[in-house]
Design a protein around this ligand. Structure first.
Ligand code: UDP
Length: 212
């Protein structure tokens, strides 16, 4: 299960392997105001703005009574462990099978896969940013034996309190991206200022093709 926001859509336009990984997912959920606006312009409105940071904790709160084993893969060293502690507090039935940071070299992949498979994990959370997390899940999810693989972007950073979430009012107005831009302007200005413009330009072109 993956999420698609304007930035991810821009990346998918330039990366055929990422497009294939998204096409291969069982569920791709629309995340953010960019997708909502695109839905309106293309006369195919999205019903809900579903971002992983809100949806995943909610899903875990709604867990049925059986135990769910979760493995966390991604973020900088130390962050997944803090996020795991936070997840454990969400629901008593969540069992943390383990975690690993998301900056491992390629030759460590088999060892990580074996570790996840050994624990017979139900849910694998992959938080390595797009498209790395989606490509990794597309290639390796079957080998992990996990029933569900979720590509969750910056979720661990938020859960661990490493990156502050936008105030509710900002989220309600659909401008959480602006909050993130203020937090990390050096890293994110291209993504949001150029990226949003590029995304909307593509949507506009597509709408002219569809509705000449
Ligand atoms: N990340 C990672 N491995 C990498 C690159 C990124 O684990 O090779 C992590 C990064 O530390 C962060 C997450 O991936 O926790 C995604 O961050 P970003 O803010 O780009 O997330 P998004 O906007 O996709 O939610």
């Amino acid at each position: 299960m993956c999420f698609l926001n304007a930035h991810y859509a821009n990346q998918a336009c330039a990366n055929p392997a990422y497009r294939r990984a998204l096409a291969q997912a069982d569920l791709v959920l629309a995340d953010g105001s960019g997708l909502a606006l695109a839905g309106l312009i293309l006369k195919n409105p999205v019903r809900e703005n579903l971002n992983g940071t809100d949806l995943i904790p909610w899903l875990f709160k709604e867990l049925p009574s059986q135990r769910v084993k979760v493995y966390l893969l991604g973020a900088r060293p130390g962050v997944a462990e803090k996020a795991a502690r936070c997840l454990r507090g969400i629901h008593p039935k969540i069992e943390i099978a383990g975690w690993h940071h998301g900056y491992f070299p390629e030759d460590q992949t088999q060892e990580i896969l074996a570790r996840i498979a050994l624990h017979k994990v139900d849910v694998l959370l992959a938080a390595m940013g797009a498209p790395k997390q989606e490509l990794w899940l597309a290639e390796h999810l079957p080998e992990t034996g996990a029933g569900l693989g979720l590509a969750v972007g910056g979720l661990f950073d938020f859960l661990a309190g490493e990156v502050p979430r936008a105030p509710l009012a900002w989220r309600g107005l659909g401008i959480e991206w602006l909050w993130r831009l203020f937090q990390e302007p050096g890293r994110l200005w291209r993504r949001y200022l150029l990226g949003n413009f590029l995304f909307l330009h593509r949507v506009w072109r597509q709408s002219r093709e569809r509705f000449p």
